[in-house]
Design a binder for this molecule. Sequence first.
Ligand code: CMP
Length: 137
Amino acid sequence: MSERTLSLIKPDAVGKNKIGAILSRFEGAGLRVVAAQMLLLSPQRAREFYAVHKERPFYESLVAFMTSGPVMAQVLEGANAVEKNRELMGATDPAQAAPGTIRADFAENVEANAVHGSDSPETARAEIRFFFPDLAE
Ligand code: CMP
């Protein structure tokens, strides 16, 4: 069954000119980009997006990183899109990410880790709404 997920290319990877290389990974794996927008998050929007992490020690640093430059937000669509995107991304910490994954190849460290992807279909719906409120569900 076709599914949608929210993907972000983070400021570190945008700064390294890797937008195309990362989108190619998604397309090569059979995921389709059905919406995309490049934008600069405000600190308030970044805090809201990562509200689930607000008690974590890295929260303010994460907000500073995510607002340090533009991000590329896209909706990916395809069979098992949530899980497939997570496999393509690899583990949160690039030091733990499997060879050939996006984070193994493009991430700097556990914070500047190149990409974000929704962790469940429920989260995907909320995160898609966050960036693309006009997208019909
Ligand atoms: P993401 O998948 O977008 O979800 C939460 C983000 O917090 C994560 O990627 C990293 O960018 C960041 N993060 C997670 N763990 C840590 C950590 N231990 N230190 C700093 N940042 C982290």
